[in-house]
Design a protein around this ligand. Sequence first.
Ligand code: HCA
Ligand code: CU
Length: 460
Amino acid sequence: MLEILDTTLREGEQTPYVNFTVDEKMEIAKMLDRVGVDMIEAGDPSVSPNVARAIERIASLDLRAEIVAHSTATRLSIDRAKACGVDRVAIFYATSKIHLDSKLRKSEKEALAIIQEHVCYAKSLGLNVRYTPEDATRTDFDFLVEVCNVAIKAGADRISFADTLGIMQPHTMFERVQKLRKNLLPCKIDLHCHDDYGLALANAMAGIRAGADCIHTTVNGMGERTGIPDLAETILAFHNLERTEKYKIQPLMELSSYLEKVTGFFLAPNKPITGQNAFSHKSGVHTNGILKDPRTYEPFDPSVLGRERKIVIDKYTGKTAVAARLEEYGIEVSAAELEMIVTRIKNTGDQRKQLFDADILEIAEQVTGRKIDVIPHDISALVMLEVESHVYTSAVVRRLRGFSNVSSVYEVTGDHDISAFVNVENVAALNNLIEEIRTVQGVKRTETRMVLKKYSGSNK
Ligand code: HCA
Ligand code: CU
């Protein structure tokens, strides 16, 4: 059965500009435990005192998952891992020629001795031990087998086959893992696949098929450079495509959003599973199919994630989608009116980047000549902010520009320091966004004005 080790707290914190507080790490660990991951890699205690503190606190939470500390191959570092009270230490030491020659400046023989000594040492402290040959996929295969078997004999019960540079493909991964399995003494095999070519999850799935046991993931696919497989994508792919129904799906969205919030590392809209567009449909042909039977264009029902499908209305839209949208607002129109509304939408869509429900309602009002008195579901708002006097306004502006729902930001004169335009799906989302804006360091006060109608200038 597939196992998952989530390393959001270690590899994920290696994402450029991402740092968690101890409390955030504990919260993330608890959420991961609710999902049911088998192991949580909580950090390398030698990185900083706060990293060590977080590992210690997580180890004392008594979670279901096995708690792992990452460590370099030094006694001091292994001692620190032990002092944190973790179940397992994961010792990494590179084995490829380029890492040995240029980075570590050690011969293969010296590397073997170091690895054996430190695995033995960790084992003697009563820890479970994983050994990671860093850059394993660029390591001479015979040497890789030799190193791993030395580590297994010294007490490691897991080997992490690390594709540190993400250079595998599904078929090469399959072959390598199969060969590794044949040549290694009994042990579990973890797959740590980096996503430099966007192949990480595909490679990991191929490795599992070839006999590996465990996939390393992070929430939102974070990590060094382009990261490693995303937890939600991994779980859904195995659940739906491989029928491995071992993990809880419902908490995944909340976990992903929480990470976006505390890291300021926002997902691309087209990110699978958790991205904003994952269940949005646009073209007339697609929306027509979806409205008749969602299975026509959805690989699975978004409600399993607590998500809703969304029909985007613009120039690609057909009559079915427009009629359905108007019906949502309780607006009935004749066939002729609908025809005219769709024509207007197509013309407006040609000139505009984005059509809001307010625009669609306005068009319906003009075409039918009847007053329509409803509040649109998707909304724009103007958020005005006052900034603490000791903080640079530009620093707050920079943070605001990182929010995916903020479309423009102005530094202004007058009672407020900053005005930001935001676009959100509904009032609840607006509330969440304002809460998030309030957590930006230096924001003293916010005032929000909902936009009722929006007009473009003559040159737009
Ligand atoms: C790194 C180390 C590592 C270790 C993976 C593991 C890698 O280079 O930062 O211990 O399984 O990618 O090789 O993350
Ligand atoms: Cu890594």
